[in-house]
Design a protein around this ligand. Structure first.
Ligand SMILES: Nc1ccn([C@@H]2O[C@H](COP(=O)(O)OP(=O)(O)OP(=O)(O)O)[C@@H](O)[C@H]2O)c(=O)n1
Ligand SMILES: C[C@](O)(CO)[C@H](O)COP(=O)(O)O
Length: 223
């Protein structure tokens, strides 16, 4: 089955508090986003990659490609004001209805080819395959006045890739956007689909705040 990847990098990285968007920050001498694209290429050269970038930062990406002599073929499209809008724009680029699409955060550069491969294999069987890990810490549920311990084995931390049957996820993204729809699994679920999880990796971190860069640098040097 034809395999697509939508790499969403349409955000501004406000929590990173740097002058450039976090997907362009160098990690071990290469922009984060190039590591992410390389991870998909390491899995397979046949994956068709759609790269979603902020509308006003395409020139920055093109400049980085020249600087780092990065010539991997990707189809670039522009993002929207939210991750939801950016994914939707990425899906609109794919005219086919048949196939599998992995949706992956551009700022998860440490994803391994084993995880990517597992996501496509499992989505081919279950229509969805969403990477997840168990919690390593105790958690409590809180409201304004009280807190209460909850059983962490009931919960999972959700990562990307989140891989789906193409027709299923395209249809799912026709729903109205809501703030609670923070990932693709919640969009598919809202549209009535059962979500299948598979074991992600603690190394597959999302680079969100400044300390994540230090952790990512350490992890990439130990790969
Ligand atoms: N409008 C948006 C917002 C987010 N993303 C992408 O979705 C992924 C996960 O989002 P997050 O870590 O929240 O990134 P930002 O929105 O860039 O960060 P922040 O919330 O700190 O501004 C990132 O690869 C980001 O570029 C996107 O494509 N389009
Ligand atoms: C999609 C995601 O990576 C799953 O963990 C995550 O929800 C995106 O980050 P955000 O902080 O919710 O934008």
């Amino acid at each position: 089955m034809k395999e697509y990847a939508i790499i969403v990098a349409g955000g501004k990285g406000t929590r990173m508090k740097q002058t450039i968007s976090k997907q362009f920050i160098e990690l071990n001498g290469l922009p984060i986003l190039m590591h992410t694209i390389n991870a998909f290429k390491a899995y397979s050269n046949d994956v068709e990659i759609i790269l979603v970038l902020p509308k006003d930062e395409i020139a920055i990406w093109e400049e980085l490609c020249r600087k780092f002599d990065f010539s991997t073929e990707v189809t670039v499209t522009t993002g929207g004001d939210s991750r939801f809008q950016s994914v939707k724009n990425g899906l609109n680029i794919i005219s086919e209805e048949k196939g599998l699409v992995a949706i992956h955060d551009g700022v998860r550069p440490l994803v391994g080819k084993d995880i990517i491969g597992a996501s496509y294999r499992l989505a081919a069987v279950h229509q969805s395959a969403v990477a997840a890990v168990r919690l390593k810490e105790s958690i409590r549920i809180t409201d304004q006045d009280t807190t209460k311990a909850v059983d962490r084995s009931d919960f999972r931390m959700i990562q990307t890739p989140q891989t789906f049957d193409l027709a299923l996820i395209k249809k799912a993204y026709e729903i109205k956007e809501e703030p609670s729809l923070t990932d693709d699994a919640s969009v598919a679920e809202r549209s009535g689909h059962k979500i299948s999880l598979f074991e992600g990796s603690y190394s597959n971190i999302k680079i969100t705040t400044p300390e994540d860069l230090i952790i990512a640098e350490a992890l990439i040097n130990n790969k």
